[in-house]
Design a protein around this ligand. Structure first.
Ligand code: ADE
Length: 233
């Protein structure tokens, strides 16, 4: 639900998302909240009670849009994108992927009338501690992360379970041809054809990056036994 449905055209029209739509694995249907607004001007926002700057999204068009969607998707959880929500992460992406249908509400202006949040919204999600001008980009971020977990959307080679992030670790470094670029050589082990050694190198690279860049990820899970050995080295 958005007042800018066209923003989703580019999202659904390219790459993996387009393939998933064309193959029928997902259906994405932007709903224009304005279509549910009354009056000649179909106004979707109004001044805040109590005064102050900014505008608030009116409750009636949103309620009508959600009610209409719910008649077709009675089981769908209603998720509001807002910087005040709980932080989105890979676990939530995986949980959402188990839902057959979902309804995302993209807020604009200062926010939604609180009575919509209380009466119609099941989950409030933030994609990070910064404020964007609307919930459209966050909704696309969330949908992208969720859709990758739906079986058949990614090819077997880059299946979401293989993301090292799924195991709470950053990805290892990647290289492709040429073997030498600006005097920098690809690590020799990657050219060795020794799959055990390559696997070990990748695990080590992933762990090292995680320690250096995101030690908080390791605090959550602790080190596995093979990782403890790598650290001791
Ligand atoms: N709307 C505006 N900023 C947002 C954010 N950081 N996350 C989710 N929705 C938002």
């Amino acid at each position: 639900m958005t007042i800018f449905p066209e923003m989703f055209d580019a999202f659904a029209g390219h790459g993996i998302m387009r393939r998933a739509v064309e193959s029928g694995k997902i259906r994405l249907e932007p709903v224009n909240i304005r279509d549910f607004a009354e009056g000649r001007h179909r106004v979707t926002d109004d001044r805040p009670y109590g005064g102050g700057s900014g505008m608030v999204m009116k409750p009636e068009p949103l309620a009508a849009a959600i009610e209409t969607a719910k008649t077709e998707l009675p089981e769908a959880p209603v998720v509001l994108l807002t910087p005040q929500g709980r932080r989105f992460d890979q676990d939530t992406a995986r949980q959402y992927a188990a839902c057959k249908e979902m309804i995302f509400i993209c807020g604009r202006y200062e926010g939604l009338d609180e009575r919509i949040c209380e009466g119609y919204v099941d989950d409030e999600i933030s994609i990070g501690d910064y404020v964007l001008t609307g919930g459209e980009l966050p909704a696309m971020v969330v949908m992208d992360a969720v859709i990758r977990h739906i079986p058949g959307v990614l090819g077997a080679a880059d299946a979401a379970e293989c993301d090292s992030f799924s195991a709470g670790r950053l990805e290892h470094a990647h290289y492709t041809r040429p073997g030498v670029f600006e005097q920098k050589q690809v690590p020799g082990v990657l050219l060795s054809g020794n799959h055990r050694a390559i696997e070990d190198w990748r695990r080590e690279s992933a762990l090292l990056r995680t320690i250096l860049r995101r030690p908080d990820l390791l605090e959550q899970t602790g080190l596995t036994e093979p990782e403890k050995k790598i650290v001791q080295k």
